[in-house]
Design a protein around this ligand. Structure first.
Ligand SMILES: *Cc1c(COP(=O)(O)O)cnc(C)c1O
Length: 387
């Protein structure tokens, strides 16, 4: 389906709301009916017919159609956060006694879900280095039911071979899930490689303006309906109609934002590759990376995120470098209009994060919509103060 049509028209039944160009926010918890028969029929299809807004809300329904089409999926559910989408989706695929294979160091709260929460319900897990399919295959047990991927990871950007992972999962009737937040549906569509379910933190690129928190899961009609009927409706992590309307607004400019961020990131990263004061640079699209060919074959872009290890002598020096940055703001998250950085040294002197494995001189950057030359200059100026 044509991208312009998806973003500008798909799902928008304008005749039903006085031909308004922008869809209305259906700020209603419940819906009423012409007759009892009408009510009965509506209740039979709570996923697609407005009955109660925890099930179907018309503003959210428009958004569902667009995101499913963007991910080349049959259907999707939109949720109140990326973590809600991950937890709801993972829980929908496992039961007590099952085993999950998950890539090493997934998003922190995904890690907690698997390691701390699901194990309370008798779900086993193995974390593996997913850069090689053989590691994944070697982790398989008789009771393996789920393969959880994140390609690329959002701090160090390891990739998995999506086609090989999907083929492995299919062979053993294992469900495959991928967190596709890094690429957004604009730059990578894992369903085309045979992955079963795609989740996103829509807080990042899909919403794209740092003004809301949301998540999505995409898959076949059958899988999405299964998730809807049990986990989605019982856990109830729904998005509000207002946030859904903001997301529809955001999608209008998804290609513009993604292309800009992608191009700016390439400019900044290629200039920084020559910097002596950066001891290591992490980015999926650098040619000397062992995963360059794989990245090029699966991803149409590598937008926004890159990381560095700063050639600094102390945490104090890293802090001084960071605090001199003017255009990059210190914050978690990414995918919005504004450039950000997250310095790992924030975790290094905090008791809650004693297991942090990334070094104290590691900094994750996000390139936003600002002028890339200004962003580059900002980093260079800060670097120039380093001894
Ligand atoms: C932010 C993030 C999440 C969690 O999403 P929220 O919207 O913050 O709940 C999951 N996965 C990745 C890769 C993320 O960056």
């Amino acid at each position: 389906m044509d991208l312009s049509f998806i973003l500008n028209h798909l799902g928008e039944d304008r005749e039903n709301y006085k031909f308004a160009v922008a869809p209305p926010v259906f700020q209603s918890s419940n819906f009423t009916f012409r007759s009892i028969e009408h009510m009965r029929r509506s209740l039979e299809d709570e996923l697609d017919v407005p009955f109660y807004s925890r099930g179907c809300n018309p503003t959210v329904a428009i958004l569902r159609k667009k995101i499913a089409a963007l991910e080349k999926a049959e259907d999707c559910l939109v949720m109140s956060s990326g973590s809600a989408a991950v937890a709801t989706t993972v829980m929908s695929q496992v039961k007590s006694g099952d085993h999950i294979i998950c890539v090493d160091k997934p998003y922190s709260w995904t890690n907690k879900l698997i390691e701390k929460l699901l194990c309370r319900f008798g779900v086993e897990y193995t974390f593996v280095d997913g850069t090689n399919i053989e590691n994944i295959a070697a982790a398989r047990q008789e009771n393996t039911r789920l393969l959880y991927l994140e390609s690329p990871n959002s701090l160090t950007f390891e990739l998995q071979d999506l086609a090989a992972c999907a083929a492995f999962a299919k062979r053993y009737a294992i469900t495959s899930i991928i967190d596709n937040s890094y690429c957004s549906p604009y730059f990578q569509n894992p369903i085309e490689f045979g992955i079963d379910l795609v989740v996103h933190s829509a807080t990042k690129f899909i919403a794209g303006h740092s003004d809301l928190v949301a998540g999505v899961v995409c898959g076949t009609k059958q899988k999405i309906r299964q998730i809807f009927e049990l986990e989605y409706m019982t856990l109830g992590g729904i998005i509000s109609a207002h946030d859904a309307a903001l997301m529809i607004r955001s999608l209008r400019t998804l290609p513009l934002r993604m292309d800009r961020v992608n191009q700016s990131t390439q400019i900044v990263v290629s200039a920084l590759q020559k910097e002596a004061k950066i001891s290591k640079l992490y980015y999926p699209f650098v040619e000397d990376s062992s995963q360059w060919a794989l990245a090029k074959s699966q991803m149409r872009g590598a937008p926004g995120l890159f990381s560095i290890e700063l050639a600094a002598q102390s945490i104090k020096e890293v802090e001084s470098f960071c605090e001199r940055l003017r255009y990059f703001l210190p914050a978690c998250s990414w995918g919005g209009h504004e450039s950000l950085y997250f310095p790992m040294c924030v975790l290094h002197q905090s008791e809650n994060y004693s297991e942090t494995t990334l070094p104290w001189n590691f900094i994750r950057f996000y390139v936003g919509l600002e002028d890339p030359e200004l962003l580059l200059q900002d980093i260079r100026t800060s670097l120039s103060y380093l001894l």
